[in-house]
Design a protein around this ligand. Structure first.
Ligand code: FAD
Length: 418
């Protein structure tokens, strides 16, 4: 375990409350930062003193202003006299010299005890059974809309028949799809990857299918303003039962579910990032009813934090909520509905705001060696999550980035964003 007593003892300073110093980069001097009285150094860093009770709020405010917290340290008796009051910079010990960026309390180090990796033996993981030059020809069995009325965009749940070949996969892997036709250079289209949304047994638990959760990519062309539709996602979303498609893979070892049924699993998803987590939850809960996995009776805590723009965009809503009702002690479900819910600052509630809200609890969980954290979905969601956990970890005198590195090495921190 981490030793948190250093921060706990030494950080009791100003007005008897624990104070911390944030080193923040990326804030530009402008009306907003002037208003909040953040004097910005020429080096681009700003040091902000924050009382313990306001750490989360201040982090969110900094993020909203475009800043990134690069380090947090407790305000100690050593640096207390350095003029580090809220909104001011610490002064250099030697005049004319830039004060060194502050780093985390060095005496607080992550433990190095190595726990057995919960990763699956590499050799057991099927990969590239089908390659692009000889793909598996699957058949679409069903294609259903997942976005409810009034929701944004099109997301489809697709089930493909793979019973005629040798395609096997595990929860958390992806398959490649090669759309028909040619690209602008008249070359056959390249494959696109999609996270598998079903367990290894498939939705019918008969080992004959694989499922995907696909959002049709659509955007306005930045120059012409015309609506552009993605090649492969449009092909998939328009598939009819009976249509053939070229499948490659499976690929990926980053998002495999730990085999330990007592593991805790934190899942942070945006949009179609739910796909692998649906597979996990089906394996953990739904398939138990069918006795499909006698060696895997999940007993840990699974916590899904799911970011979507509107309620009708809650993909697999009914199934998720049914599971939660059935397994209240083992499954926790938290939504961040950006266009309907507000964060404490009055802005849109994004996944990182929910993570910030629960950061202390998540951090406690993450420190348990049997906890695995998975992030899947939109690129760009990681920054805010890191910020929230940076603050939570700093309260215990721990540098999040170091802890995270170690968790990655231990195979407990998994990210797949696209
Ligand atoms: P393309 O025709 O290839 O168009 C994509 C291109 O459009 C981009 O490269 C970019 O140049 C351009 N573009 C896109 N948005 C904009 C914009 N706003 N403005 C201007 N230009 C833009 N997708 C899912 O739906 N579900 C999944 O489960 C899933 N899992 C994935 C797992 C992994 C590991 C990876 C890497 C990706 C995953 N994806 C998933 C994304 C998927 O692979 C495709 O990238 C996506 O479907 C778009 O492919 P497309 O052929 O429809 O778009």
């Amino acid at each position: 375990m981490y030793n948190s007593s250093v921060a706990g003892d030494a950080a009791n300073t100003v007005s008897g409350s624990r104070m911390f110093i944030y080193e923040v980069e990326g804030l530009r001097q402008n009306e907003n930062t002037d208003k909040t009285n953040y004097p910005i150094r020429r080096s681009g860093s700003v040091f902000i003193t924050v009382p313990y009770s306001r750490m989360n709020q201040e982090m969110q405010r900094i993020t909203r202003l475009g800043g990134k917290i690069v380090s947090i340290r407790p305000l100690t008796a050593d640096n207390e006299g350095n003029g580090t009051t809220p909104g001011t910079e610490p002064q250099s010990k030697h005049s004319g010299e830039e004060s060194k960026p502050m780093t985390q309390t060095e005496s607080v180090q992550p433990v190095t005890e190595t726990k057995p990796k919960a990763k699956k033996a590499e050799s057991d993981v099927p990969v590239n059974i089908y390659r692009p030059n000889s793909p598996y020809i699957g058949k679409c069995l069903s294609n259903e809309e997942l976005v409810g009325e009034g929701g944004i965009g099109t997301v489809r749940h697709l089930i493909f028949d793979i019973s005629g070949g040798d395609l096997r996969y595990l929860e958390g892997q992806s398959i490649g799809i090669i759309p028909p036709g040619t690209d602008k250079k008249d070359k056959p289209h390249k494959l696109r990857l999609y996270s598998i949304a079903s367990t290894r047994h498939g939705d019918a638990v008969d080992d004959k299918t694989v499922s995907l959760c696909v959002r049709q990519l659509e955007y306005k062309h930045p120059e012409t303003g015309e609506m552009v539709y993605g090649v492969c996602s449009t092909f998939l979303c328009n598939l009819k039962p009976g249509d053939d498609l070229k499948i490659t893979g499976p690929t990926g070892k980053e998002m495999l579910l730990p085999e330990d049924p007592n593991a805790n699993v934190i899942m942070l998803a945006t949009g179609t990032g739910i796909a692998p987590f649906r597979a996990y939850l089906w394996r953990m809960f739904k398939e138990n009813e069918r006795k499909a996995n006698p060696d895997y009776q999940f007993k840990g805590l699974a916590w899904l934090i799911f970011g979507i723009p509107t309620s009708p965009n809650i993909l697999y809503k009914n199934e998720l909520e049914e599971l939660q009702e059935q397994y209240p002690d083992n499954l926790r479900l938290t939504y961040a509905i950006s266009r309907e819910q507000k964060n404490p600052e009055g802005g849109r509630m994004y996944i990182q705001d929910r993570v910030a809200e629960h950061a202390d609890e998540l951090w406690k969980m993450i420190q348990q060696q049997n906890t695995h954290t998975y992030i899947c979905g939109l690129k760009g969601m990681e920054g805010g999550i890191d910020q929230a956990l940076t603050v939570a970890a700093a309260k215990d005198g721990v540098t999040w980035s170091e802890y995270q590195r170690q968790a990655k090495r231990e195979g407990r921190w998994h990210v797949e964003t696209y």
